[in-house]
Write a protein that binds this ligand. Structure first.
Ligand SMILES: Cc1cc2nc3c(=O)[nH]c(=O)nc-3n(C[C@H](O)[C@H](O)[C@H](O)COP(=O)(O)OP(=O)(O)OC[C@H]3O[C@@H](n4cnc5c(N)ncnc54)[C@H](O)[C@@H]3O)c2cc1C
Length: 305
């Protein structure tokens, strides 16, 4: 079935705002899992101005939309998403601010931001550079690894929440484990400032290489995935429980509990989002039956499941 007149109008408005627009775009091309059906409109915003314009237009028009960055923590339904996917990814806007602060667009890749900070001899962003995704996605998710989280380095975040322009201090961002106010309310992160520490380029690079080596060793990076599927909670390490329950290697269709890191579900080829969702349900039921612990997903769902 063709796209409706309403969405043709929306597509034209978004193009006029400087966005690149694709109709009926398969989201499997925009998620690291490599699954997900088409959205009515994919709206790519390569800079802060077009992201700002697109967000405000969509919010005020009441058109269903979801913000994504690199799609490295989202599971999109096989039937896709009825509405607009606002993809904010690819801006190159980044600069130092004062002596030890970097300011960057929410759309920039975290790896690029880390490379910039390391080049300036500023330390603290290395862990974030080892995690796939955009700076906006990282801040929204309060991404972290090896004892560091985005909340530890955020100085200020700018964007919109429920249609209102905001500039938030770290305390106002509502950070907790893989959570922030930007996920709980309909928000978009347009920029963020990070307070880092003076160091030198070589030490920063050494730290970055150590972190990425540890990740390569521990994570199944050879298969498409979304990273860890479940949130850690006080005293609960999902990967440990899943392994103890003997669920390593459990498969539904092309989706498999990684044999290398049981917190990951990997796409072994031809997985659908339905396979992944079914596998998640089986894991949750099994862990609950064995340990009376109800695991909670870290990954974010888009569309109908
Ligand atoms: C191999 C692999 C390893 C991983 N390892 C880790 C790890 O060690 N630690 C960790 O924490 N995560 C990890 N992840 C998960 C993922 O990389 C992070 O959650 C990352 O922060 C997601 O960024 P993204 O730009 O891809 O966001 P997306 O997946 O596109 O979106 C995730 C959520 O953030 C929201 N969002 C995205 N951009 C914005 C924005 N500009 N404004 C407001 N909201 C936004 C979306 O609406 C969505 O709810 C891993 C993933 C993979 C594939």
């Amino acid at each position: 079935m063709g796209i409706g007149v309403k969405y043709m109008h929306t597509a034209k408005e978004l193009e006029a705002l400087g966005c690149r627009v694709y109709l009926s775009e398969p989201l499997s091309r925009h998620t690291t899992f490599g699954t997900g059906g088409p959205c009515d409109i994919l709206c790519e915003c390569a800079d802060m101005e077009s992201a700002r314009g697109a967000y405000l237009y969509l919010y005020r028009s009441g058109i269903p939309f979801e913000v994504v960055g690199r799609g490295s923590n989202v599971l999109v339904s096989d039937s896709g998403f009825r509405g607009v996917i606002l993809k904010f990814y690819g801006d190159s806007h980044i600069k130092t601010f004062g002596e030890d602060i970097i300011y960057c667009s929410g759309g920039i890749s975290a790896k690029k931001a880390a490379a910039f900070a390391m080049e300036k001899g500023l330390s603290g962003f290395e862990f974030a550079g080892s995690i796939p995704g955009s700076v906006g996605g990282h801040v929204a998710m309060n991404a972290g690894c090896f004892g560091s989280e985005m909340k530890d380095i955020v100085e200020a975040v700018g964007g919109f929440i429920e249609g209102e322009e905001v500039e938030l201090s770290p305390g106002q961002c509502g950070f907790s484990h893989r959570e922030s106010v930007f996920l709980k309310k309909k928000g978009i992160i347009l920029w963020a400032k990070f307070k880092l520490e003076h160091s030198d380029r070589e030490s920063c690079l050494k730290k970055f290489k150590e972190i990425t080596a540890k990740k390569r060793h521990a994570q199944p990076l050879e298969f498409p995935s979304c990273g860890s599927v479940f949130k850690r909670k006080e005293g609960v390490i999902p990967a440990k429980l899943i392994e103890e329950a003997g669920l390593k290697g459990l498969k539904v269709g092309g989706a498999e509990v990684s044999t290398k890191h049981s917190g990951f579900i990997v796409n072994r080829g031809g997985a659908t989002s339905r396979d992944v969702r079914e596998l998640i349900s089986r894991i949750k039921r099994e862990i609950y039956d064995r340990y009376a612990v109800w695991l909670e997903e870290e990954i974010r769902y888009i569309g109908q499941f």
